[in-house]
Design a protein around this ligand. Structure first.
Ligand code: DQA
Length: 143
């Protein structure tokens, strides 16, 4: 199993970006955590981040064509992108929607996701550990 861990806009600035909401772990720490967790679990994980919606849609097409599971933090696109939703709808392996913050206790607009009803599962509010939990759950599915 080779999971794609995809991150949307502004997540490359983790650590510097509103640490009260998103925590102090940097994007490099997030990549490291995912790679270490995947290695422990004996699975592959490739972590990517983009601020460009078209690039994200292309990566989701790649995951669909290769039947790869996806852990996705679509960041702000979660709340408005029909293009990201439509790309996610093409996936043929599990999709885990993840958010660092608990989007349900923030502004009202963050409570709506274009992805949750097509995701296999959703994790929000556990900071970077949400990614590790997602990988752990995915690894369980193949054993
Ligand atoms: C986020 C929550 C989104 O509302 C926000 O736009 C983000 C990050 C999170 O991980 O908590 O950029 O997806």
């Amino acid at each position: 199993m080779n999971v794609l861990v995809l991150n949307g806009p502004n997540l490359g600035r983790l650590g510097k970006r509103e640490p009260d909401k998103y925590g102090r772990a940097t994007y490099a720490d997030l990549v490291d955590l995912c790679e270490r967790t995947a290695a422990e679990l004996g699975i592959g994980a490739e972590v990517r981040q983009t601020d460009h919606e078209g690039e994200m849609v292309g990566w989701l097409h790649e995951a669909a064509d290769e039947q790869r599971p996806v852990v996705l933090n679509a960041a702000a696109w979660t709340h408005y992108s029909v293009a990201v939703r439509d790309a996610c709808a093409q996936l043929r392996a599990p999709l885990v929607e993840v958010h660092l913050s608990n989007v349900h206790r923030r502004e009202e607009f963050r409570g709506h996701s274009y992805l949750s009803d097509i995701a296999t599962g959703v994790l929000a509010g556990f900071g970077v550990f949400g990614y590790a939990m997602s990988l752990r759950w995915l690894a369980e599915q193949q054993s």
